[in-house]
Write a protein that binds this ligand. Structure first.
Ligand SMILES: [Zn+2]
Length: 412
């Protein structure tokens, strides 16, 4: 396991924090640096075609060891980390044989990983836990995925007796700022099915995500000096307040929903008397319900326009991503063989839903069925982020089994 640990520690020390305000792709140079390192390491292990493209994306192929034509599968992880917590100068701390109690992070002793608040830690007594020093994130999201894929690749190259089909590796950039697959060319990737390695713990297969639209509500009022405003002014800000209070915030907001419930989430408002813009996230597991949500917004807009005839309210809907379930039904083996691989690795699989999107939701929509697999991340985007080495190791073994079970398949 030491090569796996060394890999993980090497990757998290490179600052790959994504930057929403950047005008380049990828948004930060550290992502290119890590991509270069991965390319070199892949070539050194004998993966001859490893290459970083002009967008920073690393593509490589582990050649098949079976003689029949087995389907090409792809393993995908993102090299960037979240903009929410600093990724500069990450000092990972390895806690050997975790004692089961609280872990005080020495760089900022106010940051304490409490066993009582993180019950999944309690099951890992005696194992190797890796935390931050409390001043940065760890970057297990998604360098755990990068390390697990790289380790699995290395073991497959070392052990040609493991029978498998062609495996494409794909390391993407800027996932955390919504641009993870902007430059992924599915023809170039050439896979039948993909797996993102970007999930929590062990044993989960994420097979559903939200379907997501963005609603942009623009309220046009009429501005005039308040001294002479009587009968003339229409205050867009006030109408924005009315609009927000008419959303079903008691039962359909993120603050009050869970599981399969969808919501309206107004998250930014900007403007003044003459014009105010509200942005609202629409989320649902049933794609058809997004249209009903848009319809409700339009009916609220019409009702307010009826009360304030000199105002006008536009509702514009921008599609974001779609529930991957719709695309996964086209390739039922994507989930079934992942379940089989987990069982062969000694892990009982659980199908899970994600109240958000993954790179896999967009890839699946683009035509590559791509569920997300447990990778070993915990408390991501936070200074309290941690991973467990033994979980990473289990997830490497899941990938080796996944290689095997897909190697038994034949290309249709
Ligand atoms: Zn991630």
């Amino acid at each position: 396991m030491s090569t796996l640990l060394d890999r993980f520690l090497r990757y998290v020390r490179i600052n790959t924090q994504a930057d929403e305000n950047s005008t380049t792709y990828p948004s930060t140079p550290g992502q290119l640096e890590l991509g270069r390192l991965l390319t070199e390491e892949l070539r050194a292990m004998g993966v001859a075609d490893a290459q970083q493209d002009e967008h920073g994306i690393v593509l490589a192929t582990i050649p098949a060891t079976v003689s029949h034509s087995a389907p090409v599968i792809a393993w995908i992880a993102h090299v960037d980390t979240s903009p929410e917590t600093s990724g500069a100068n990450v000092q990972p701390i390895v806690h050997d044989r975790y004692h089961g109690g609280d872990l005080v992070l020495p760089g900022d002793p106010t940051k304490v990983l409490r066993a009582s608040e993180h019950p999944e830690l309690g099951r890992l007594r005696g194992q190797t836990i890796i935390t931050t020093d409390g001043t940065t994130l760890l970057g297990g999201d998604d360098k755990a995925g990068v390390a697990v894929i790289m380790e699995a690749a290395w073991r497959l190259m070392q052990q040609p007796e493991i029978l498998h089909g062609p495996i494409r590796l794909c390391f993407t950039c800027d996932e955390e700022i919504g641009h993870g697959v902007d430059h992924v060319d599915l023809t170039k990737l050439g896979a039948k099915v993909g797996y993102t390695l970007d999930g929590t713990g062990v044993g989960e297969i994420d097979t559903e995500t939200f379907s997501a639209d963005l609603a942009i509500v623009t309220i046009h009022g009429i501005n005039i000096h308040p001294a002479i405003a009587k009968g003339k002014m229409v205050n867009a800000l006030r109408l924005a307040g009315l609009f927000l209070t008419r959303l079903p915030h008691q039962e359909q907001a993120p603050e009050v929903t869970e599981g399969r419930q969808g919501f309206f989430h107004p998250y930014t408002i900007e403007g003044g008397v003459a014009k105010t813009i509200i942005k609202i996230l629409l989320r649902d597991f049933e794609t058809a319900k997004l249209a009903e949500r848009a319809e409700l917004l339009r009916s609220i807009a019409h009702a307010i326009e009826a009360d304030y005839p000199r105002a006008s309210i536009e509702v514009k809907i921008v599609p974001q991503y779609r529930n991957m379930k719709e695309g996964l039904v086209k390739e039922p083996r994507a989930i079934a063989l992942a379940q089989q691989a987990m069982r062969q690795a000694g892990v009982e699989p659980r199908l899970a839903i994600v109240r958000g999107g993954t790179d896999g939701s967009r890839l699946t929509e683009m035509g590559l069925p791509t569920p997300n697999l447990s990778t070993g991340e915990h408390n991501f985007h936070s200074p309290l982020e941690w991973v467990c080495l033994e979980e990473l190791e289990t997830n490497v073994r899941v990938l080796l089994e996944l290689a095997r079970v897909w190697g038994n398949e034949r290309e249709a």
